[in-house]
Write a protein that binds this ligand. Structure first.
Ligand SMILES: [Mg+2]
Length: 261
């Protein structure tokens, strides 16, 4: 697929953040102008991240601060997706969360019945405050047969130095300890955010394009949910690790700015 075809057929661009829109929160190249030009062309812009440490308000404020988020844009985090799924399918159920206190509090405020024991649903988020006691308790809820949700399954989280373990690494730990894997992964590449975006923007999946730097989350998310997919080479993926990879994008560009070059 060519750049021109993507631009004419897609009414919305769903953008991953780290490695796609910015690096260490610094917008890549002339990203701000690229986004503004797309908005002027009538394209909807949505930011889609698997981050789940903070509330959507916190992430939205950060994006505004660095100038990438404008009124009328959309933001979906894996936390948004988890909350939406809990409301839709498990309303009123007792939910055990492996998550930082801030996220537990956000979910409580949003009406989720967060409990420590006797859970009917387990939600694994990215818990940077995890302790052995928390891991043991979550594992017990899993062994007692609760529905198992995960916000996302990214294995590592990029940092300025070495990558650190992300939610996917915790999933591997619980697979070893309980034999279980998540029944649903809420964020990319799961279907929840794709459904929310299609509903909010009133577009069919094939009229939306997912743009990202990671094959097993971003590109798979686009492909498995019937969207177009655009891989950018400003983050994790390199042209030489595309050979034989199951997640093939519709188009590859050096940066997202090259879409309008
Ligand atoms: Mg990324």
């Amino acid at each position: 697929m060519t750049r021109e075809e993507l631009l004419t057929t897609c009414g919305a661009f769903l953008l991953d953040l780290d490695g796609t829109v910015y690096l260490s929160e610094k917008p890549i190249g002339n990203m701000l102008q690229t986004l503004e030009r797309l908005r002027k062309m009538g394209k909807r812009i949505a930011f889609v991240t698997n981050a789940s440490l903070h509330s959507d308000e916190v992430y939205r404020a950060r994006l505004k601060e660095i100038g990438v988020f404008r009124e009328g844009d959309f933001l979906y985090t894996s936390g948004t997706a988890a909350l939406s799924l809990l409301r839709e399918r498990y309303a009123g159920k007792r939910v055990c969360m492996l998550a930082v206190d801030e996220m537990k509090e956000n979910f409580r405020r949003a009406g989720v019945n967060v409990v420590e024991e006797g859970a009917e649903v387990c939600l694994l988020a990215y818990d940077t405050s995890a302790t052995f006691a928390k891991l043991k308790q979550f594992n017990e809820c899993l062994q007692q047969g609760a529905v198992y949700l995960a916000t996302h399954a990214d294995l590592v989280c990029p940092t300025a130095t070495l990558p650190q373990p992300d939610a996917g690494a915790f999933i591997a730990l619980f697979k070893a300890a309980s034999g279980r894997e998540p029944d649903v992964v809420c964020g990319k590449p799961g279907a929840v955010i794709a459904r929310l975006a299609a509903r909010d923007m009133q577009l069919a999946p094939h009229e939306m394009c997912m743009v990202g730097d990671r094959l097993y989350t971003d590109i798979r998310f686009g492909n498995e949910n019937g969207m177009r997919s655009l891989l950018v080479l400003t983050g994790e993926a390199r042209r030489d690790n595309l050979h034989d990879h199951p997640d093939r994008p519709d188009l590859i560009l050096p940066t997202f700015n090259d879409l309008l070059a």
